[in-house]
Every structure is written in structure tokens, then in C-alpha cells.
Design a protein around this ligand. Sequence first.
Ligand code: NAP
Length: 471
Amino acid sequence: MNITVMDLSTVQLLTDFAYIIAIAFFVLSLKWLSTPATARRGVLVGEIGAALAVVTTFFNPELVQFQWVLIALFAGAIVGIPLGLVQMTAVPQRTALSHAFGALAAALIGISEYYKGISSTPPLTKFEMVEIAMEVIIGSLSFTGSLIAAGKLQEWLPQRPIVYKGQNYVSFSVLGAAVLSALVLMFNPTVPFLFPAMVVISLLFGVMLVTPIGGADMPTVIALLNSYVGLTAALLGFVLNSKVLVVAGALDGSSGFILAVVMCKAMNRSFTNVLFGAFGQLQVTAKAAQEERTVHTATPEEAAAILASANTVLIVPGYGMAVAQAQHKVRELLDVLTKKGVDVKFGIHPVAGRMPGHMNVLLAEADVPYDKLVEMDAANSEMPQTDVALVIGANDVTNPAAKTDQGSPIYGMPIIEVDNARTVMVIKRSLNPGFAGIDNPLYYIDKTMMLFGDAKAFVSSVVKELTGGGE
Ligand code: NAP
């Protein structure tokens, strides 16, 4: 391409303008993603912003070898398309893999900038070396940390926390070694083998950071790693002098951090507890295991009769509804009960399911109107006036032990207090525990009826009964 000096400044102006538009789209995307009513628009605008930023980069006059970019785009699409088509329940591990790839890309660019920098004149300044080192350290540890998180969520690696005595000292010494290497490199960037050693140490630290954390905390860890990857991208933006990368990285980093804080709050956990607490091991309490307790059960016919005679029903969906893919049947239940004059609402717990917003996404997919969804606090204040709380595949988020049992690992976690409703019905396949691996006393109280079965099949039978198809 023959670009004159005049052309170059025009191209620069246009690309800067396009990047500002892309940045505006990213900000709007996050704003719209914050409520279900505008979330689809938020996704679309974010995608357009990302596409605009990528296309604009092709007009960068420094880009001379297009073929490598095209090969990388093609290879990325081959990996990315199947990753985008995974089941909804596998989205947390898919997200962890995306973070791993993002972190790897950032770390590799940082590595190439280092080798370019030490062989050029003038050589790397102290500031540039620190930027590169921080970017490569965080990128490398986020890469291996995200891989471990994905492996745990996919159950390729043990879910339980892998811990040993003095672990935190060993881990922090390893991190300290990486930081020390960066400091030495700042004063002398060409110390032989120190830079590759720093990369290896950082990769190792990523593994050591995530292996001691239980599978139950992986979604929070992913949000945290997301913020690290955002930070890496922002640092990379400084290294490459790319404003769009600085802003996109900062948005990604801060939103990931806020998400992790929101998740910790919803589970009443602190960051230190998530990172060092070894939570999430299967632990049915000894008392629960020993006691022979009775539960009340009901058939689909009985459940249908109770629901039809109620004035108000609050449905509390959870992970089991996602696994059973029962959301469309649940929508049918909403329609048929509404036709019968029952006031039906959905109580949404912030960490129901396996990722933030999991229930909102599923219910939106089934076209459940947004005004039918109430947040946890509103649901709890309406609970005493609710005739039936219908729990569909939720467990931990309704567990009263979180309020009463100080010894419980979920003690203090805010729950949807279905036990305050007049009648409770719980659809699940057995009395098995949920994600936190703990027993749920809700199932043994007098007002609770267990509706044993797969969520989709059970709701389907109830709908049939209500529409007269079950006779
Ligand atoms: P949960 O406590 O994991 O319980 C889900 C229940 O669904 C299980 O007890 C299971 O019981 C039932 N189930 C599974 N397959 C089913 C099917 N086909 N039909 C009917 N029921 C089925 O789920 P939750 O109440 O939604 O709580 C979420 C948990 O994940 C919390 O502990 C939360 O802290 C944790 N977590 C969530 C996030 C997030 O971002 N959402 C992040 C971190 C951690 P059966 O086996 O007896 O059927």
C-alpha cells in the first residue's frame, strides 16, 4: 500500500475516531448488560465495538504482514465457534478457557516486546521494562490459573482443595521470586535467562494460586481472574501505546473485580476466605447422616391441585432447572397458572445456578416477562404472604441452615427464605446436597412437600394435570 505523509495523518485520525466509537460501545455495552431488559442490546453493542476495534486495527500503517493476522483470526474462529456453542451449564469453564487464551495472548505479546526491546536502540527504559514485566507476570499466572479453574469446573481435575502445611508461605515465596526477577530486570534487562525464568515462575504461581481453592469457589475465582486478565490487557495497552486496549482492559478488569465482590457478598464470603478458605468439600453433617428423618412427598396431581388453589406462587429456580433444561416447561406452568388467576412470580437469588445471572438468562430464553422476576430481598419481604413457594432445582440458595447453623459452611449467606411461605414444594430428584455439599433442613419441615423427579418431567406432568391432559 502506498500511503503518503498526508494519508498517514488522515488514517491516524480516522483510526483514533473509530477507536473512540469502539470505546463508547464498550461502555454502553456494560451499562445495558446491567439489567435483563437491555442485556441483549448490551451484548450486541459490545460485539459491534469489538468488531470495530479489530477491523480498525487492520488500517494501522505499522501492520504490513496481513497474512499472519488472517491466519490467527481463522485459527481463533476454529477454536472459538465450538466453544461458543457449549451447553449453558458449561459456560463457567468456557469462560475460564477464554480468559486463559486472552491471558496467554497478552503474555506472548509482552514476551515478544521484551525481546524486541532488548535488541533495539535505544534499549528498554526502566519504566518500559516494569510495564512489560508486570504484564507478563500477571498474564502468565492468569493463563495457568484459568486453565486449572476450567479443569476443576469440567471435573478433569479434582474439585477438592489441594492443600498442604505452609502452602501460603511457599506460594508467596514463588510470587516474590517473580517480582524480584522483575526488579532485577528493571535495572538490567539483559541478565541472561532471568526473563524466561520469571515467565516460568509466574506460570507456576498461577497453578499454585488456584489448586488450593475448592471447585465450589471456581466461579468467583474466574471473576477474579477475569479482572487480572483485564489488568494485563490494560498494561499491554501501555506497552503497545494502544488507548483502546487500555480502556477495554480497564473496563474488563474493573467489571470482573466488581462481579467477584458481588458474588462474595451474595455468599457472605470474603476474598481471603475464597482464596484461602478451602470451601466446597462434600460434607454432609454427621448429625444429618445419622438421623432417620421423614419427608412429606406429593405427586404431580397433588402438586397441581395445591398450585391451582393458591392465590400467590413464588417460583425459586436453581441449578437443577438449568441442568434439566426445564425453563420452557416452567414458562408453560406460569401461563397456565396465570390463566387460572394465580399471581405467579420468580424469586431470583444472585448466585442461583453456576454463574451470575444464570437464572435470568434461562428465563429470558423462555420469554418469561422481566416484570415477573423479583430480586431476593423483595422476594423475602413478600414471602409471608405467599401461599406456595415452589423451589425448582434450587438447594443451597434456600437452605435455612445459612440463617441458623453457625457451624454450616454457608452460615451468613443470604438465602431466599422459602421456609416463611405458607407451603413449600421442592422439585428435585433426591435428598442429595447441592453445590456446597451440605444437607438442607428445609426438606424435613412439616410445611415442605418434596416433589421427587427430574425438573422438566415433573413440571411437564403438573402442567398436563392443570390443563386437563393428565386424565
Ligand atoms: P445447588 O445448591 O447446586 O442445588 C441444585 C440442586 O438441583 C441439587 O441439589 C440437585 O438435587 C438438583 N438437580 C440437579 N439436577 C436436577 C434435575 N435434572 N432435576 C431436578 N433437580 C435437579 O443449586 P442452587 O440452589 O442454584 O445454588 C447454587 C450454588 O452454587 C450455591 O452454593 C452457590 O453459592 C454456588 N455458586 C454459584 C455461583 C453463581 O455465580 N451462580 C458462583 C459460585 C458458587 P438432586 O441431585 O437431588 O436432583
